[in-house]
Design a protein around this ligand. Structure first.
Ligand code: ARG
Ligand code: ZN
Length: 891
């Protein structure tokens, strides 16, 4: 069944307070819910339809009296209710240990956890499980004291004590009204790290991070990140912690990254636990970002929440924007901020652009869904964040802060829509570039698809003018054949032919306005004329879409010379990186399209060497500039150009590029490794992280080149590093180098890592992922994957472990998945069906691994299509997975 945005109606009743009592038992938990209910006077006389799923009803009382009820599908329907406020008591049971979907109340490692967003609360008790029904919660947990010494829920603990039969209890009161998706409870044998912080208002708050007993030494970074988040949100947005106690709990079985339950965030262990021996620099950065993200939801999501699930980006897009800004501010200096921005842009283009070009394309505010869990997408999150970022660009930094202040002044305590947010930002900035075109700007919320912006420049030396002509066009997406123009902020600068920035003056303006301007493209076609450009030695070089100022595909037929100028001289780091990407892309696409082996030219190699040796650049930035576009990104570029995608051919071209750079820059890689690797104490700051990244990139090239030269020195050094690196980032870097070169020592190195870390679940996840993600050669990686899923440590029911192999293959290793013999697709179908039987949310995500089958070249296209049809033909598929395969096959 399809749910449509236009069908929204207010609830028939409001639930003002909920008093929940849990008798926790893994096999059969008893839930008592006492609610005060008020008919919605705007919709009088309606029956009350309560959502419920996989739970057993035992009693219903209205004002203390039993009443008749019936079921319609999964809903419990109560009719002939009082027209006045009344009390409703419901008793039911659920079976947490049988809950393999990990939605609702479930057990993991012998403890109880919940996940209620989006619709998990109905798997706990009957309720109006929709975000616009906000209630005050009181929660009493009762459980065996030995097995479950820690009992947590939202808010403040007001009472606790012992009961008969070795049981104990705790009662929690959350002072803030909240929708059911923010409810949480945790019960188990956990320990915590805690710390007090004082907010600007002078109030003290207790921060706690709960983990299993052996993991306490891995909580310092999460705690530091939490403290930093509290401080940052006060400083940047004036938003303080509104709770006496803020808790984070780590759980190893979790479908997503983390969840912002009010005052009781529940996290995937992957985004909490870190120490230098077991976590990588990426893990450290992710933990900071996710801890920030969930904490920032306390205001953007919890204090102001979503009216309905179509508005998901209201909280997610905004909160991603906030966590990205937080990470940039934490990075500090401009060059480190730029690295973070480039990583975000790379992620968006690699993940969101394909989504926007495929069968799952949907607007940032979707119009319809079958399974809402399928719409926790990179479009809603990351593109949604770009939409917020564009607003901030159009109203300026202070203007955006004013807009946020107005948003909270108007909507604190409410469940609202994306329109309300945009309106607040615009209203706080009357006359701004946003306010004056708000209606057309909001097409970013309603129209799917990535706009293509074509740009051309014309220099007229006699008139001293440079004209930039911009045109936009957005290809059709499913259900949206025609698109209206978007409002697109295009930040840009001009360089002279030597790469020096030019002062800019737009025609009709009396003053020079610095070296960078934001053009606002709002029609299909617009020309912008810069004046006063006399006496130049050559044509200016435009630097367009600086900082990636809009989520668009820029079509600009740059010359090699222009790209080299931008690479070496642009003041905008994003566009220097983009120039490097384009230079690599031109060569990769050329090789793939011509069918001839890639042969790198001297100009390209020299430019790469110049980057590597440039003393003015940070190591982290060099690492980005020297990493060629991913295979997935090349595939999307080919698809956009209408060229059928041949993943093994793309892989071959990229591998050829890597090995030619390895050989041509051998001495430079040696220098880079020696100059950047060090064995000092581990610190996760941007400078140390960048040095490790560049050293490991260098090592990978050195080991790769040994495959050609037969020199055993670098493989030996890499193997040595796998054994004695002082941190897991370098250990993993060395392992990747050996795997990437298909070196025989890789096997030995893998065995050592497994033996040394067999009790560290997150390291074993990586151990699987590194093997599943290794560059394919002669089908060996795929064969290894088929063996790995029979490894005793491969626990398909643990989402992290399942993803370590399956997501890695289906989403990140195209040349291992797409095989001429179709074995990859057969394996995909088998695993999707297997996982769907116990965890539909996870299965639906895996199923998306083939959603771009239409762009593939033969024989891949037909074989992938057949695999999709086989899965679609199954009768017992979950709604989640059915929606994905259905949309993938629809035309
Ligand atoms: N709100 C959570 C976050 O963004 C994600 C919850 C996703 N849950 C789901 N069932 N899809 O941090
Ligand atoms: Zn979120």
């Amino acid at each position: 069944t399809v749910v449509r945005r236009e069908d929204y109606t207010a609830p028939s009743h409001w639930i003002r307070t909920v008093d929940l009592t849990f008798d926790l038992d893994p096999a059969k938990t008893l839930v008592i819910s006492r609610m005060s209910v008020e008919p919605n006077t705007e919709r009088p006389g309606q029956p009350l339809r309560l959502d419920g799923e996989d739970i057993t009803l035992t009693r219903v009382l209205v004002n203390g009296e039993s009443i008749s009820f019936r079921f319609e599908g999964q809903q419990l329907v109560l009719e002939h209710l009082p027209a006045e406020p009344f009390s409703l008591e419901i008793r039911n049971t659920c079976a947490p240990e049988k809950n393999t979907e990990l939605s609702g109340l479930y057990t993991s490692g012998g403890s109880f956890f919940t996940q209620c967003e989006a619709q998990g609360f109905r798997r706990i008790t009957y309720f109006l499980d929709r975000p616009d029904v906000m209630a005050l919660y009181t929660v009493t947990l009762r459980a065996n004291a030995k097995a479950y010494p820690v009992l947590l829920s939202n808010g403040n603990r007001v009472e606790h004590g012992t009961l008969d039969n070795g049981r104990h209890f705790a009662t929690w009161v959350d002072p803030h009204p909240k929708p059911s998706y923010l409810f949480a409870l945790v019960a188990g044998a956990l320990v915590c790290r805690e710390q007090c912080v004082r907010s600007r208002s002078g109030k003290d708050h207790l921060l706690q991070v709960y983990v299993r007993a052996g993991d306490l030494d891995k909580t310092e970074h999460a705690m530091n990140s939490l403290i930093a988040s509290v401080v940052w949100d006060e400083a940047r947005f004036g938003l303080s912690l509104d709770l006496e106690r803020f808790m984070i709990v780590a759980v190893s079985d979790f479908n997503m990254g983390a969840m912002e339950n009010k005052g009781l965030n529940i996290f995937n262990t992957k985004f909490v636990l870190a120490n230098p021996a077991t976590a990588t620099d990426t893990d450290y950065a992710n933990i900071e970002a996710v801890v920030g993200h969930e904490y920032f939801h306390n205001w953007t999501g919890n204090r102001v929440t979503c009216r309905d699930w179509f508005q998901l980006s209201l909280k997610e897009g905004l909160t991603v924007y906030r966590d990205q800004e937080f990470s940039q501010d934490m990075a500090g200096v401009a060059s480190a901020r730029a690295v973070k921005r480039i990583e975000d842009v790379r992620q968006l283009r690699q993940m969101q652009f394909p989504e926007d070009a495929g069968p799952m394309a949907h607007p940032v505010r979707p119009e319809q869904y079958q399974a809402i869990d399928n719409f926790y997408t990179t479009t809603v999150y990351e593109k949604g964040a770009e939409v917020v970022r564009m607003m901030a660009t159009l109203v300026g930094r202070e203007g955006f802060r004013r807009g946020m202040d107005l948003y909270f002044a108007r909507h604190d305590g409410q469940a609202v829509t994306c329109d309300d947010f945009a309106q607040a930002i615009a209203d706080a900035n009357p006359g701004s570039d946003l306010a004056t075109r708000l209606d057309s700007f909001k097409r970013w919320y309603s129209q799917a698809g990535t706009p293509r912006v074509s740009a051309s420049g014309h220099y007229d030396p006699g008139a001293g003018t440079y004209t930039v002509t911009l045109a936009q066009h957005t290809p059709a997406t499913p259900g949206q054949p025609v698109k209206l123009p978007f409002v697109i902020p295009v930040a840009m600068g001009l360089l002279d032919s030597d790469g020096r920035p030019l002062l800019l003056q737009l025609q009709g303006e009396s003053q020079y306005g610095g070296t960078e301007r934001v053009l606002v493209l709002e029609q299909a076609n617009q020309a912008f004329v810069f004046t006063g450009l006399y006496g130049l030695t050559g044509e200016p070089v435009p630097s367009l879409l600086r900082g990636f100022s809009a989520p668009v595909i820029l079509e600009w037929a740059a010359t090699e010379r222009q790209l080299f100028t931008l690479l070496h001289h642009d003041t905008d780091p994003t566009n220097r990186w983009e120039a490097a990407q384009r230079l690599g892309l031109l060569r990769l696409m050329g090789a793939v399209q011509s069918g001839r082996p890639l042969q790198l030219d001297a100009a390209y190699i020299d430019a790469q060497r110049a980057v590597l040796r440039d003393p003015s650049l940070d190591a982290a930035f060099k690492d980005l500039l020297l990493t060629p576009p991913s295979e997935g990104y090349v595939a999307e570029q080919l698809a956009a150009a209408g060229v059928p995608v041949d993943p093994p051919a793309i892989h071959a071209a990229r591998e050829a590029m890597r090995s030619q750079l390895a050989q041509a820059l051998f001495d430079d890689w040696v220098w880079a490794f020696e100059a950047h690797h060090d064995n000092g104490a581990y610190r996760p700051d941007p400078v140390s992280t960048g040095r490790r990244a560049l050293a490991n990139l260098a090592l990978a090239h050195l080991v790769l080149d040994a495959g050609r030269s037969g020199d055993p020195v670098w493989p030996g050094r890499a193997y040595q590093r796998v054994q004695d690196a002082g941190n897991f980032t370098d250990r993993q870097g060395a392992l990747i180098a050996l795997l990437g070169a298909h070196h025989a020592l890789a096997e030995l190195a893998l065995a050592r890592v497994h033996a040394q870390f067999k009790h560290e679940a997150l390291v074993i996840d990586r151990w699987f992922a590194l093997q599943a993600g290794a560059p394919e050669r002669d089908g060996q990686v795929f064969q290894r994957i088929k063996t790995l899923v029979h490894h005793p440590d491969f626990l398909v029911r643990n989402p992290n472990r399942a993803r370590s192999v399956l997501t890695t293959l289906f989403h990140l290793n195209p040349s291992a998945l797409h095989r001429a013999d179709a074995a990859g697709y057969v394996f995909w179908a088998e695993k999707v069906v297997e996982v769907d039987a116990f965890n539909p949310q996870l299965a639906a995500r895996l199923a998306r691994g083939l959603d771009r089958w239409r762009v593939l070249a033969e024989p891949y296209r037909s074989a992938a299509h057949e695999a999709l049809c086989r899965v679609a033909a199954r009768t017992e598929l979950s709604p989640d997975t059915r929606e994905i395969v259905g949309r993938s096959l629809a035309d």
